[in-house]
Design a binder for this molecule. Structure first.
Ligand code: SAH
Length: 264
């Protein structure tokens, strides 16, 4: 056989064969702003949304912008990562609605509005891309993929083996060499990758674990949903680690799955 084997993963609807990100050396930003022209795809895979996936995604991005997401890097990343590839085929038609959707094992993929809001908070208007980022709660891997376009390295931890495996499968076709999936209890963070320029939690506890604060770089920022000890209402919390100490800001109410300890 002389013909090059085609990759066995689902046909990608609108990724042009751009330059492969450099391995080992400096990270090459994936050209997130690439105009993802819909290419005719002959073999439609179960996860396909048809040829309109780009247009539907762009409509989602326009809505995010109308809701106030203004960082063009975030909007571009949201327009690049195909959310429909991260949900069950029965839910593909809802993939670009601003809603969380079940991903199995009682967990959910976060709403695009929340993913983009948190990403924007992490970037904090800084001109450069983020350095190393730690994500707690990989779930299906969607947010990790979005973050991979905004950061040099993404370490993402999941405590449920089934979802860790699912994320690995979902992300494989995207070939994002800067995403590192870890199976374990994210309450302890991941010390080996520390210090992190940013830490983001996709699950909410009653407090931010000390390990996350310890693993945050000086000048770094943590964004996490935190539940009040009374009543369990969650709010988005931003913690900046500054030479003067921790600066904590509580933002809008959110609704995330609970942060749990241990693995399963
Ligand atoms: N980031 C995902 C959201 C997943 S939902 C997305 O892109 O949509 C949150 C995830 O956090 C769940 O999969 C849940 O199992 C996980 N989680 C909860 N507590 C955790 C912990 N202590 N360590 C790691 N993952 C945790």
């Amino acid at each position: 056989m002389t013909a090059k084997p085609r990759p066995s993963f689902p046909a990608r609807l609108d990724r042009t064969p751009g330059p492969a990100p450099a391995r080992g050396g400096a990270m090459q930003p994936v050209p997130a702003s690439r105009p993802a022209a819909a290419k005719p795809v002959v073999r439609q895979q179960p996860h396909g949304l048809g040829l309109d996936s780009h247009a539907v995604r762009q409509a989602m991005v326009n809505k995010l912008a109308a809701q106030g997401v203004s960082d063009v890097r975030v909007l571009s990343a949201m327009g690049t990562i195909e959310r429909h590839r991260f949900v069950d085929s029965a839910l593909v038609n809802q993939a670009y609605e601003d809603t969380s959707l079940p991903i199995g094992l009682g967990q959910t993929i976060s709403k695009p509005g929340v993913v983009s809001r948190m990403a924007e908070l992490l970037l904090n208007g800084r001109p450069d891309k983020l350095g190393r980022v730690l994500e707690i709660g990989t779930g299906c891997g969607y947010q990790a993929a979005v973050l991979s376009l905004l950061a040099s390295e993404v370490y993402s931890i999941e405590r449920l083996r089934g979802l860790h495996d699912k994320a690995r499968e979902n992300l494989r076709p995207l070939r994002l060499p800067n995403v590192h999936l870890l199976f374990g209890d994210g309450m302890a963070g991941f010390a080996k990758g520390a210090p992190y320029a940013a830490i983001i939690a996709a699950a909410g506890g009653e407090a931010v674990p000390q390990a996350w604060i310890d693993q945050l770089a000086m000048g770094g920022r943590l964004v996490a949903p935190v539940a009040s000890s009374t009543g369990g209402q969650q709010a988005l919390m931003v913690i900046d680690k500054t030479p003067q100490g921790l600066r904590q800001t509580v933002l809008e109410a959110v609704h995330f799955v609970p942060l749990k300890s241990g693995i399963a």
